[in-house]
Design a protein around this ligand. Structure first.
Ligand code: ZN
Length: 133
């Protein structure tokens, strides 16, 4: 079952620099910064209502976020949808003919299970499926 928009992933060159906009101009609060080695990014979470902004700063040139910034500049990288069962959600997307970037879940920020659906199957939007424990 699909639950809600969990977060918007935003590619940034510098979390320190970008966070100032969200905290000073919008009055939001940065609650957590962590490094997610598997995705080669540093991640900052900024809650907004029931959802979050997820600032993603690449820690390596091999990071897909680094490539995103090189090719398209900073900005929205993905939309993450919270699901209660990621394996089920992946199977459903696959059965519907979607191209999956991850056939099996990976580890994301906060230890969540995450997997991406290719933007070609989602009309230009990179969709992250996200299951929290
Ligand atoms: Zn994300």
């Amino acid at each position: 079952m699909v639950l809600k928009i969990d977060h918007l992933g935003i590619a940034v060159k510098s979390i320190e620099e970008t966070a100032k906009f969200y905290t000073e101009a919008l009055g939001l609060t940065l609650v957590n910064i962590e490094e997610v080695e598997e995705q080669k990014v540093k991640v900052a979470m900024i809650p907004i209502g029931e959802s979050k902004f997820e600032l993603l700063e690449p820690t390596s040139e091999e990071s897909t976020i680094h490539r995103h910034i090189e090719q398209r500049g900073e900005g929205i990288a993905h939309v993450a949808i919270a699901v209660d069962n990621i394996e089920e959600a992946l199977a459903k997307a696959k059965a519907a003919g979607c191209r999956l970037i991850n056939e099996t879940p990976q580890v994301g920020a906060g230890g969540a299970k995450i997997a991406f659906i290719h933007p070609r199957s989602a009309y230009g939007v990179l969709i992250e499926l996200c299951e929290k424990h």
